[in-house]
Design a protein around this ligand. Structure first.
Ligand code: C2O
Ligand code: CU
Length: 568
């Protein structure tokens, strides 16, 4: 194993897209940010220095961070954010996983443009467990671009109680592609050679949309999802929620020409769809010029072929894609086994909530919903970040406040027909607080997340820090603790770090709490997170050094006086 050093300098960068220029925060002057590479088992030492006025932290999404919670980079959870001129060095090993994940800012809406790939190759460059071995890999970061400042969009939404402005374009590696106005030259292009196999490392780094992704005239063989091997399967289109990643093999079997790769929004939200970007973000796969077999050279300027993508609301396609995912659940692949016996069971409702809009004068219809403002909650608790300490520090040093953080409810406080008619607003007024659920080391946890179909019909892509989890079941309607578990897949369920709670349905996951620390569980739609759709698990130390979180590094940033931007 090696130690790999990276230097991340955070600074401002002017970027022009859709004919408008704005200033974003970028790493080393690059947008999207630089790729981080490692072999499984390597140590990463990533020095992050802030030269910007915004409070900031960088998170390594999907890294298991075994015994390295201090390096997780979650603002107010694992660390206080970095201020101007400050440096924090993230030190962690990448073990027990290979494939593609991502890094992104983990505070406010900065991750809209502050993200990059994190790629883990097999240990000692061993071959992949399939054939043919890919010749080279192509990172594909799907993102969203707003011509406005995204920090301002979040602030405005929180202030008014309304929904945030939708993005202006879907991007591939930061480029909208030629289907958008003023974007003919803002297109990601990659050259391929006939007969070779490529490893497409597709990352959904978008803030607010799940995406369908396809490449015209090429099928995609999915071999890894969220940096876990899956039993390979071949499809024309993959679906990724924000925070999900896919490693797919593309066999360059066309003889020549140009082909669009395209990412389009997948949404089950019906009523405000016009506001979603309806145009696909595209890039171009271009075959190298004629080879020795005398094939026709590619004619530049020829219009590339577009892939046939499912419709924006094709949840039947999305469901059938998800049903194809099977893991190996096999020690050969170094992964945790599926926990068969459970000693901790949780049932959390997740979804929208409403609260009085004090900024809305009487008799006036304001942003939000009638006279109320949007909020989100887990078990009716809308999460509030601590402001003057990180939760991890509070627990590690056993500060008295750590007591007041305990007591996240195991089941909903309000019970109602979660997927019934909209007038059963059992979760109407959420409680704003910072509550965590405490787990013992090695607890075998089952967690059912139940969507409450209030106000909106959308999936909620839930992400857990510090652990991968098995998706043992999901379905529509209300979860039934007697009728549903017999149908759980405990043989080869998908192993992921992010999974969508179906709209009007439920998701059952299992994991082993084998990593001491404080770990967020949250929706990866950014506005849902801003509104409070998150909670944290505290995993206690076990026995011995291999089960104990080491002390914090000495360069941990301190919390500043100012409060994080919450509307309470
Ligand atoms: Cu990708 Cu808590 O984040
Ligand atoms: Cu959500």
């Amino acid at each position: 194993a090696h130690t790999r050093f990276y230097d991340f300098q955070l600074g401002y960068l002017n970027v022009t897209r859709l004919n408008k220029t704005k200033t974003i925060v970028a790493v080393n002057g690059q947008f999207p940010g630089p790729a981080v590479y490692a072999n499984e088992g390597d140590r990463l030492v990533i020095k992050v220095t802030s030269n910007v006025k915004e409070n900031i932290s960088i998170h390594w999404h999907g890294v298991l961070q075994l015994l390295s919670n201090w390096a997780d980079g979650t603002a107010y959870i694992s660390q206080c954010p970095l201020g101007f001129g400050e440096t924090f060095t993230h030190r962690f090993r990448v073990t027990g996983q290979t494939g593609t994940i991502l890094w992104h800012a983990h505070i406010t809406w900065l991750r809209a443009t502050l993200y990059g790939p994190l790629i883990i190759h097999p240990q000692d460059n061993q071959p992949y467990p399939w054939d043919p071995q890919p010749v080279s890999s192509i990172p594909i970061l799907v993102g969203e671009w707003w011509t406005q400042d995204t920090e301002e969009i979040e602030r405005t939404a929180l202030r008014t109680g309304g929904a945030p402005t939708k993005s202006d374009a879907i991007t591939i590696n930061g480029m909208p592609g030629p289907l958008y106005n003023h974007s003919a030259d803002d297109v990601f292009r990659v050259k391929v050679t006939h007969g070779k196999t490529y490893y497409l490392r597709v990352i959904n780094a978008a803030l607010e949309i799940a995406v369908f992704f396809a490449v015209a005239n090429h099928s995609l063989t999915v071999v890894e999802l969220d940096a876990s091997y899956v039993k390979p399967f071949t499809v024309n289109t993959i679906m990724l929620t924000p925070g999900q990643t896919a490693d797919v093999l593309l066999h360059a079997n066309q003889s020549s020409g140009q082909f669009y790769m395209a990412a389009s929004a997948y949404s089950v939200v019906q009523y405000d769809l016009q506001q979603y970007p309806r145009i696909a973000g595209t890039g171009i796969l271009q075959y190298e010029l004629a080879d020795d077999r005398g094939l026709t050279p590619n004619i530049l300027g020829m219009v590339p072929t577009l892939p046939n993508l499912p419709g924006y609301n094709d949840s039947a396609y999305s469901d059938s894609f998800l049903a194809k995912i099977k893991s190996y659940n096999n020690s050969m692949y170094k992964v945790e086994q599926v926990p068969l016996v459970i000693n901790q069971e949780f049932f959390f409702t997740v979804g929208y909530a409403l609260e009085p809009n004090n900024s809305c004068p009487p008799l006036k219809v304001c942003k939000g919903y009638l006279h109320q403002r949007f909020s989100t909650a887990v078990n009716n608790i809308s999460f509030q970040n601590p402001t003057n300490i990180s939760l991890l520090e509070a627990f590690y040093f056993n500060k008295s406040i750590s007591e007041s953080f305990k007591g996240f409810p195991d089941t909903p406080v309000h019970k109602f027909n979660y997927t019934g008619p909209e007038d059963q607003l059992g979760n109407k007024a959420p409680v704003h607080s910072t509550k965590v659920s405490v787990l013992n080391f090695n607890d075998h946890v089952q967690l059912v997340l139940q969507d409450i179909s209030i106000l909106n019909f959308t999936i909620h892509p839930f992400h857990l820090h510090g652990h991968n989890f098995y998706v043992v079941g999901w379905g529509y309607g209300n979860y039934d603790s007697l009728l549903d578990p017999p149908y759980f897949n405990l043989e080869d369920p998908p192993l992921r770090n992010t999974a969508g709670v179906p709209s009007g349905g439920w998701l059952a996951i299992r994991f082993r709490a084998n990593n001491p620390g404080v770990w967020l569980l949250h929706c990866h739609f950014e506005m849902h997170l801003s509104w409070g759709m998150e909670m944290a698990f505290v995993v206690k130390n076990g026995v011995g050094v291999n089960q104990t979180l080491p002390p914090p590094p000495h360069d941990m940033p301190r919390c500043k006086k100012q409060k994080p931007k919450r509307h309470h």
